[in-house]
Ligand binder design. Structure first.
Ligand code: PFF
Length: 453
C-alpha cells in the first residue's frame, strides 16, 4: 500500500485522537478497572496501576505509534519494513495479530451483555424494582447460553459492519459524538455518587492505599491492565499509527490519549464504588460489578430508565470503538500482506472470532464447570492468556525493539521531527530500555513462581 502511495490516512488530528482514545477507552475502563480494583482491595492497586501507565504504558504506546507510522503497514508488515524481510521481529507482529484476534473473541461476549442491558433499560425492565432483584437480573442473563451467544453475535456483526466500511469516516465521525457524551455521563454519575452516603468510603477505597493488600497477583493484574486499557501489545496502536502521516507529534498525541483513558477509568471507579458501599454490596463482586450496581443507582434517580439506557448505550459504543480496533489488526494484515479485499477479510475474520468466542460465552453457563486449561474456564483462561501474558509480552518486545534495536538516529528523527524537546528522547529511551522490560519480566517471572512462593 505504502509503495503505491495510496495508504489511507486519518482525516484530521482530532479524528486520530478520538479513534485511538476510542480504542483505549472501552470495557477496560468502565467494566474491568472498577472490578479488578475491587477484587484487589482498592487504593494500593490504583497507585501501582498509575505507575504502570506512566512509566511503562505511555512509552510503549509512543513506540507502537512510531513503528506503525514508520512502517505504514499492518504490524507484521511494519516490523518487516523496519527490521528486514526474514527478521524474527516479524514474530512480534504475528503475536499481535493473534492476540487481538483472541481478545476480540471474548471481549464481544461481555460487550454483548451491554446490548442486553440497553434493551432491558429501554423496555423498563430495570425500573421500579428492589435492588436485589435488579442485581439478580445479571445472573439470569449470563446463565442463559442462547441469550449470551445471541448478543455476542449481534455485537460482532456491528463490529464487522463498521470495519467493512473502512475505519476512516465511520469511526472518526462516531467517536466525535460518542466520546464527549460518555465523558459527560460519567461526570453525572460521579456527581451522583459523591452525593451518596457511601461517598467517603468509596473515595477512601480508591485513594487510601493499604499496601498489605498488594499481592503478586495484584501487581501482575495492574501491569497487565495498563497494557489492556491502553490497547498495547495487540497491534491496535501499531495499526492505527500506520494511518498517521509523518508530521504528527506522537508525544503530545500519546499524552492526550493516555490522560483521557486514565481519567475515564478513575471516574468510572469513583462513580461506582460509593454506590456499591452505600447499597451494602461487595466491591469484590467481580465481572458482574458494573452490571449489578449501575442499574441499581439509576433505578433510584428521576428519569433513571433514560439514564440507564444512555449509560449502557454508551458503554456498548465504547466497547464497539475498541472491538473495531482489534478486528482492524488482522484485517489490515490480510489487506496489506495478502492483498485481500477489505470486505472478505472483515467478514471471514469476524466470523472466526465469533466462533472462537463461543466457549467463552458458555463459560458462564453450560460450561461453567468445564475447566480444561489451568483449572480455569475458557473465558478466564483466555482473559489470563491475553491480559496477563500476551499483551505484556507483546509490549515488552516492542519496548526491546524500540529501546535496543532500532537505529538511534533514525528513531530520534522519527520521534521528534522538527521539534526541540531535548529531554524527550533520552527519557523515553531509558524507560523503554530498562524500566519497561524489567517491570514486565519481574512480574511475569514472579507469577510463574521462578522466585519461589
Ligand atoms: N483498550 C480496550 C479497553 O480498555 O477496553 C481493550 C483493547 C483494545 C485492548 C484493543 C487491546 C487492543 F488492541
Amino acid at each position: 500500500m505504502s509503495a503505491s502511495g495510496q495508504r489511507i490516512h486519518w482525516a484530521s488530528r482530532m479524528g486520530f485522537i478520538l479513534a485511538a482514545a476510542g480504542s483505549a477507552v472501552g470495557l477496560g475502563n468502565i467494566w474491568k478497572f472498577p472490578y479488578i480494583t475491587g477484587v484487589h482491595g482498592g487504593g494500593a492497586f490504583v497507585l501501582v496501576y498509575l505507575a504502570c501507565i506512566a512509566l511503562v504504558g505511555m512509552p510503549i504506546m509512543m513506540a507502537e505509534f512510531l513503528i506503525g507510522r514508520h512502517g505504514q503497514r499492518d504490524p507484521v508488515g511494519s516490523f518487516e519494513s523496519l527490521a528486514g524481510k526474514g527478521s524474527p521481529w516479524k514474530l512480534v507482529g504475528w503475536g499481535a495479530v493473534a492476540a487481538s484476534f483472541i481478545l476480540l473473541s471474548f471481549y464481544a461476549v461481555v460487550a454483548g451483555w451491554s446490548l442486553d442491558y440497553v434493551v432491558k433499560a429501554a423496555t423498563g425492565a430495570l425500573a421500579g424494582r428492589p435492588a436485589e432483584e435488579i442485581s439478580n437480573l445479571f445472573g439470569q442473563l449470563v446463565s442463559s447460553p442462547w441469550q449470551v451467544i445471541f448478543w455476542q453475535a449481534l455485537f460482532m456483526v456491528l463490529t464487522m459492519a463498521i470495519v467493512h466500511g473502512g475505519v476512516g469516516k465511520g469511526i472518526e465521525r462516531w467517536s466525535k459524538i460518542l466520546m464527549p457524551l460518555l465523558f459527560l455521563l460519567l461526570l453525572l454519575l460521579f456527581g451522583r455518587a459523591m452525593l451518596s452516603p457511601g461517598a467517603k468510603e468509596g473515595l477512601a477505597f480508591m485513594f487510601a492505599p493499604d499496601f498489605s493488600k498488594l499481592t503478586p497477583a495484584a501487581l501482575l493484574d495492574a501491569l497487565g491492565h495498563a497494557f489492556f486499557t491502553l490497547s498495547l501489545g495487540a497491534g491496535s496502536m501499531i495499526t492505527y499509527g500506520s494511518y498517521l502521516d509523518a508530521r504528527s507529534d506522537l508525544f503530545s498525541l500519546s499524552l492526550r490519549i493516555t490522560v483521557l483513558d486514565t481519567l475515564i477509568a478513575m471516574f468510572a471507579g469513583l462513580a461506582i464504588f460509593p454506590i456499591v458501599f452505600a447499597a451494602g454490596l461487595e466491591p469484590s463482586a467481580g465481572p458482574g460489578l458494573v452490571f449489578q450496581t449501575i442499574p441499581i443507582v439509576f433505578s433510584e434517580l428521576p428519569f433513571g430508565s433514560v439514564l440507564a439506557l444512555l449509560f449502557f448505550l454508551l458503554f456498548a459504543f465504547a466497547a464497539l470503538s475498541s472491538s473495531i480496533s482489534m478486528l482492524e489488526v488482522s484485517v489490515a494484515y490480510l489487506i496489506d500482506e495478502k492483498n485481500w479485499p477489505r470486505p472478505r477479510a472483515t467478514w471471514l475474520l469476524g466470523s472466526g472470532a465469533l466462533l472462537l468466542g463461543i466457549p467463552s460465552a458458555l463459560s458462564f453457563n453450560r460450561w461453567s464447570e468445564v475447566k480444561p486449561l489451568f483449572g480455569k474456564t475458557f473465558f478466564d483462561f483466555f482473559d489470563m492468556l491475553i491480559s496477563s501474558y500476551m499483551l505484556p509480552l507483546g509490549g515488552l518486545c516492542v519496548a526491546v525493539y524500540a529501546g535496543w534495536f532500532w537505529k538511534g538516529e533514525e528513531e530520534k528523527t522519527e520521534l521528534l521531527g522538527e521539534r526541540k524537546r531535548p529531554w524527550l528522547f533520552p527519557l523515553w529511551h531509558f524507560l523503554l530500555r530498562y524500566v519497561a522490560p524489567a517491570a514486565v519480566l519481574i512480574i511475569i517471572l514472579n507469577q510463574t513462581g521462578v522466585f519461589g512462593a
